[in-house]
Design a protein around this ligand. Structure first.
Ligand SMILES: Nc1ncnc2c1ncn2[C@@H]1O[C@H](COP(=O)(O)OP(=O)(O)OP(=O)(O)O)[C@@H](O)[C@H]1O
Ligand SMILES: [Mg+2]
Length: 354
């Protein structure tokens, strides 16, 4: 028999800056934070772009396994049932439209239609379709399809097995984020994830991904701009970035002067995506949620709300969980980079009865 408590679940997010682990259990109708852990790998993990255009996280099995085992031990996590995320950078996504049809024909139709938009052979991917919308009059279906390279899934499965985990599910990290940061709200919102290597902007409306788009900026790029402009070592540049941020009037402080062009570019990209979606749907975006470690750049949320006149907040996924008061300030600080891991741990719990 499986020896571990079936009401405690792990969420594990393998990022290029760090590997994060969260264990949640059920408390009433909500969640309780049992434990969490983070192991910084400091851009040791890299993405490698393949000929098919997909970027794979180059995972060195033995190292990741060792880190996960270490995190399980250090955090004293009792559960071994885990959900893992697949990075948006390694996933191909598309939205397809289909006419109304009997449900037993849907799978074939989705495979056929998705094939037209996904640049790798359909037998090399696993499709994860999510229904966005059914037209009330015509019955036409709008379906968001994520395609995960099988090679990547095999890699994660192998790692989980070697780490002694029972892997319940994989999911696109944006689904975890919706659960941790938006659910059950139905309003149109923007999720902007600025991680160490990759960034992603998604528009979520009615609880579904409507648009998702990778951005060519990252936390590492921000540090590099400071390194190059001031001729500093990377470590010192990273410290300055965290200490100074972009507070102060535009251009008033050195760091903010260096970073302004990049920050303005990100804001204009977000504005562009919002414009496209608002025109198409007629819906107003009510909130921008910043996440990923770089969401903590001092002054960033204010810059967004001042420029775009849309309420902008820094993600606080632990606010949906019960935890001891003394952890409050640390959880607020790490929340932006733990958002995916929290949403992953919630996945199985949502369906658990008390
Ligand atoms: N207070 C802060 N101010 C500015 N940047 C910060 C701060 N704290 C963390 N960061 C940056 O956040 C990044 C790490 O974020 P995160 O943990 O979300 O990355 P990751 O998920 O491991 O990366 P990826 O998803 O891109 O593989 C690093 O680039 C780090 O410099
Ligand atoms: Mg990440």
């Amino acid at each position: 028999m499986w020896p571990f408590n079936k009401k405690q679940f792990l969420g594990i997010d393998i990022g290029t800056a760090s590997i994060k682990l969260v264990q949640l259990s059920k408390k009433g109708n909500g969640f309780k934070l049992d434990t969490y852990g983070e192991f910084k790998v400091d851009n040791y993990l890299e993405y490698v772009k393949k000929e098919n255009g997909v970027s794979y996280l180059k995972l060195i099995d033995e190292d990741i396994v060792r880190i996960i085992k270490f995190l399980l031990k250090e955090s004293k996590a009792k559960s071994r049932i885990a959900t893992m995320s697949l990075p948006t950078l390694s996933t191909l996504t598309t939205t397809i439209n289909l006419p109304a049809m009997p449900s037993n024909e849907l799978e074939t139709a989705i495979n056929f239609e998705a094939q037209k938009y996904i640049p790798i052979p359909i037998e090399e991917v696993i499709l994860d379709p999510q229904f966005i919308n059914t037209d009330e009059k015509t019955g036409n279906l709008e379906i968001f399809v994520a395609a995960f390279p099988k090679e990547l899934i095999d890699n994660y499965s192998r790692i989980s097995k070697l780490a002694g985990l029972k892997l319940k599910a994989f999911e696109l990290e944006t689904y975890s984020l919706i659960r941790a940061l938006i659910y059950p709200a139905k309003d149109a919102m923007v999720l902007l994830d600025i991680g160490a290597t990759s960034s992603n902007i998604s528009i979520i409306d009615n609880g579904f991904i409507q648009i998702t788009h990778n951005l060519d900026i990252s936390g590492a790029m921000i540090t590099e701009m400071i390194t190059n402009s001031l001729g500093l070592e990377k470590k010192r540049a990273e410290e300055l970035k965290i200490k100074e941020g972009i507070i102060g009037k535009e251009g008033e402080k050195e760091i903010s002067k260096i970073l302004d062009p990049l920050i303005n570019f990100v804001i204009s990209e977000v504005e562009r995506v919002i414009d496209i979606y608002s025109k198409k749907s007629g819906h107003v975006i009510i909130k921008i949620i910043l996440l990923g470690g770089s969401a903590n750049i001092k002054g960033l949320a204010e810059r967004f709300s001042d420029n775009l006149k849309i309420e902008t907040i820094v993600a606080d996924p632990f606010s949906k969980t019960y935890y001891v008061d003394s952890l409050d300030s640390i959880l607020k600080e790490i929340g932006p980079s733990f958002s995916v891991a929290v949403g992953l741990a919630m996945k199985e719990l949502i369906t658990v009865k008390n």
